[in-house]
Design a protein around this ligand. Structure first.
Ligand SMILES: NC(=O)c1ccc[n+]([C@@H]2O[C@H](COP(=O)([O-])OP(=O)(O)OC[C@H]3O[C@@H](n4cnc5c(N)ncnc54)[C@H](OP(=O)(O)O)[C@@H]3O)[C@@H](O)[C@H]2O)c1
Length: 260
């Protein structure tokens, strides 16, 4: 299945590595994020090594209406999107009552609202073509509430619930939706969220962006609905269903707290 891929959050981390997989399969790409210099560098690097077209369209997905502008710009260039990767996302560490209100709004806008909008905007053409693959990047955080990162965990729970539901609606259409749930990954994420000092985020526990992107790409091609990366994370996701919710929330708070 050829056609172009749209990848959000392509400037760093998991998104940046995913570009390599699309390029290796000869798939043209539209890449987006806010960091224009990083996007341009990634595009030049990929064009030099692969025979693919890479279009850079910067967007700040924390601004309502940016998803619609992105869709309009892609349509006006007559680019058909056959793969959509909603990977852009970020979090914020700390007590909810002390969180910066604008930052909280931006997390919901990027992690939830823009993901839903982009899916709604690009999905109908995929369904009418009878082909398409969507990769939604959630987290193992989707499986339980997350004290000290309450909004981030809740946004990922939304992404998981939304993806499972729409994936079922898409059965038989030729279009698949895969929800990726990684555990901690070594990227800019923890530093940006200011929680790389938590017990959860220890370097020896975190996966590499290369491993996670490879796993995600394969799961997307297979059309897997929920793809939890790593045995440990799969055990966590399963154990959460067996333990009392109160116990789970306290355990999550413990691992989220700063290491002494
Ligand atoms: N790293 C982890 O431990 C981990 C674990 C589970 C799930 N995840 C999820 O994996 C996804 C990718 O994160 P990562 O780990 O690769 O972290 P990362 O290196 O910080 O990458 C995040 C990407 O999102 C983009 N982004 C952030 N805010 C944006 C905005 N307002 N508008 C447009 N793009 C924006 C960033 O680009 P710009 O800054 O250039 O805009 C960047 O390309 C996220 O959804 C994250 O929640 C990460």
């Amino acid at each position: 299945m050829k056609g172009c891929a749209l990848i959000t959050g392509a400037s760093s981390g998991i998104g940046r590595v995913l570009l390599e997989h699309f390029a290796a399969d000869g798939i043209d790409m539209v890449i987006t994020a806010r960091d224009v210099a990083a996007l341009t560098k990634a595009a030049e690097d990929i064009r030099r090594r692969h025979d693919v077209a890479v279009f850079v369209i910067p967007a700040d997905l924390s601004i309502p209406g940016e998803s619609a502008r992105l869709h309009k710009e892609i349509s006006s260039r007559d680019i058909q999107i056959a793969y959509l990767v909603n990977n852009a996302g970020f979090g914020n560490y700390g007590l909810f009552q002390e969180a910066d209100a604008e930052k909280i709004d931006a997390i919901v806008q990027v992690n939830v609202a823009s993901l839903v909008s982009l899916t709604r905007l690009f999905l109908p053409a995929m369904v009418s073509e009878g082909r398409g693959k969507i990769l939604q990047v959630a987290s193992v955080a989707a499986f339980q509430p997350g004290p000290l990162m309450a909004v981030y965990y809740a946004t990922k729970a939304f992404v998981l619930s939304f993806s499972e539901a729409v994936s079922e609606e898409l059965r038989g259409t030729g279009v698949s939706m895969t929800c990726l749930c990684p555990g901690p990954v070594v990227t800019q994420f923890a530093k940006r969220a200011n929680f790389n000092h938590s017990r959860l985020f220890q370097k020896n526990h975190a996966a590499s962006a290369e491993d996670v992107a490879r796993y995600a790409y394969r799961a997307m091609l297979k059309g897997k609905t929920v793809a939890v990366h790593g045995l440990g994370n799969r055990i966590i996701a399963f154990a959460n269903r067996l333990l009392p919710r109160k116990t789970v929330v306290r355990l999550v708070r413990f691992v989220q707290e700063k290491r002494s």
